[in-house]
Design a protein. Structure first.
Length: 152
């Protein structure tokens, strides 16, 4: 999930971000992401049981290069895998296949929340749901429409 503020990059409010980082250490942040997944309806949770969730402080440089993102604060989360509609036989995996992954990037999410005055738990929820949307095969334009961001 790439988000931008203003003219294409997150503006800096280091004091607010530092306060959020203290209030939302990695353990609390990861627990909130787990809570979001646990709160999904049972029928949906069953569909995502093979998705592994990870929390990292920052997106890796190679991911940013691959995606053409210059500002590491511009990427909040990332889905990697084969979307459900592209799987021939459903959500299962063949022998030797790795599970799909969703990565949440703590520092960019905290920076976004500090800049925009958003609640961290809500931003984690929005990012998890956005990345799960990619797992379901939705592209960014469709997700933006569902999230109320317009786009057509």
């Amino acid at each position: 999930m790439a988000r931008r503020s203003g003219r294409g990059r997150v503006r800096q409010r280091p004091e607010a971000r530092e306060a959020l980082a203290r209030a939302w250490p990695r353990e609390r942040f990861a627990a909130e992401a787990e809570r979001v997944v646990a709160s999904l309806p049972p029928w949906f949770r069953e569909r995502v049981e093979n998705v592994a969730f990870f929390v990292a402080e920052w997106p890796p440089a190679e991911v940013l290069r691959e995606m053409g993102i210059d500002d590491p604060q511009g990427l909040l989360g990332l889905y990697r895998g084969v979307p459900l509609p592209d799987r021939g036989g459903g959500a299962g995996y063949g022998h030797g296949e790795l599970p799909d992954t969703i990565h949440l990037y703590r520092q960019p999410i905290l920076a976004w929340c500090a800049e925009e005055g958003e609640d961290v738990a809500a931003c984690i929820r929005d990012t998890v749901l956005h990345e799960l949307g990619h797992y379901l095969g939705l592209d960014d334009e469709a997700l933006e429409r569902l999230e109320g961001g317009g786009g057509g």
